[in-house]
Design a binder for this molecule. Structure first.
Ligand code: FEC
Length: 311
């Protein structure tokens, strides 16, 4: 008898695959409004600063392959097939849902490569998937993992990576080095919608630091959009300045809202934030991204399996 098949719609942000694709990508992020040439130039320069393009597509592909392998190892009664759908690049979520229907997938679980729920992040991925499901008339059922920010193996994997970052300081100093857990800022108006995003980031930070017994920690924001409306703060650059004014000489930054190396980590933290810290004579250590680390993939796979059981 052939195994029951469950399709996994693994949704990721997406990145341009060539320099020519930067403009359509940026236009898509801006919901169809073309960027002005100065804005495009500035974004292209940020990609140049991290080596030309982002490694995100390769990492997303490695995560998908690892997730599929892990799911099939953890539950051998079912055949899991992982399909990647992107928010801002090909294959778009809509294209991937069409492919799942063509492949005869009837039952699916949707998961986003981001741990914390916001109506403006995970909520928008789910909305795209549901619109596509309606358009293509399937899969008959997709149930979604809405957040996995406290999944115990995710907490364990993050705690291990934070501990390695702290281990870069002498033993008698590391206990006093603050760890800043950052996530992508969003417009402040999410707060009026009762969005759980800021609270979930706080919860991950608390669980991780409790696990390693580290008492100096707080949350901050990064990568705010370049629009006039107010965005959640304080921004990591302001955090660095304030900590410096308070006499702090070293910081560990954990971009816990992201799960891969990409522009927002490699430029906003590794270049921009580090440069400011250098100018102020502070040491800044960035916590490694999970990428396709096996324990991290097991965390996401476990969250997916729990959702699949609930149906
Ligand atoms: O490496 C790469 O090429 C892509 C990196 C990348 C990731 C990412 C993740 C998130 N974003 C989120 C929200 C917003 C909002 C706006 C916005 C704008 C940009 C721009 C680029 C960009 N984001 Fe992004 N984001 C990445 C890249 N993001 C490039 C455009 C230029 C700029 O502002 O820097 C503002 C849109 C608007 O103008 O209305 C809002 C959130 C995440 C984390 C969750 C997730 O991964 O989905 C939230 C990776």
């Amino acid at each position: 008898m052939s195994k029951r098949v469950i399709g996994i719609l693994a949704m990721a942000y997406g990145t341009p695959s060539s320099v020519e694709e930067i403009e359509p990508y940026y236009t898509h992020i801006r919901r169809g409004r073309k960027p002005e040439s100065a804005q495009l130039q500035e974004l292209t320069e940020r990609y140049e600063a991290i080596g030309g393009l982002s490694p995100l597509n390769e990492i997303t592909a490695a995560q998908a392959a690892g997730l599929e392998r892990t799911l099939n190892e953890l539950d051998q009664d079912v055949q899991y097939r992982v399909y990647t759908g992107m928010k801002h690049a090909h294959p778009f979520i809509e294209e991937t849902v069409q492919k799942m229907v063509e492949d005869g997938i009837e039952e699916a679980v949707g998961v986003v490569w981001a741990p914390h729920y916001s109506t403006m992040s995970i909520g928008t991925y789910i909305k795209s998937a549901e619109e596509a499901r309606e358009k293509w008339g399937g899969p008959a059922r997709i149930s979604y993992v809405e957040s996995w920010h406290l999944q115990p193996l995710f907490v364990e994997s993050t705690a291990a990576r934070v501990a390695s970052a702290l281990a870069q300081f002498p033993a008698d100093e590391s206990a006093s080095v603050p760890v800043v857990f950052t996530a992508h800022s969003l417009p402040e108006r999410i707060m009026q919608l009762g969005d759980p995003y800021p609270e979930q980031i706080e919860e991950t930070g608390r669980a991780v630091t409790e696990q390693i017994g580290h008492h100096e920690w707080f949350t901050g924001w990064q990568s705010a959009g370049r629009t006039p409306e107010p965005w959640l703060g304080p921004d990591i650059l302001d955090v660095i300045r304030t900590q410096h004014e308070q006499g702090v000489q070293a910081l560990v930054v954990c971009p816990v809202g992201f799960v891969s190396d990409h522009l927002e980590v490699q430029y906003d933290i590794d270049i921009e934030a580090k440069q400011l810290a250098d100018e102020l004579g502070m040491k800044l250590v960035r916590v490694a991204s999970p990428n396709d680390e096996p324990l991290f993939l097991k965390a996401v796979a476990t969250a997916v399996l729990e959702q699949a059981k609930k149906g």
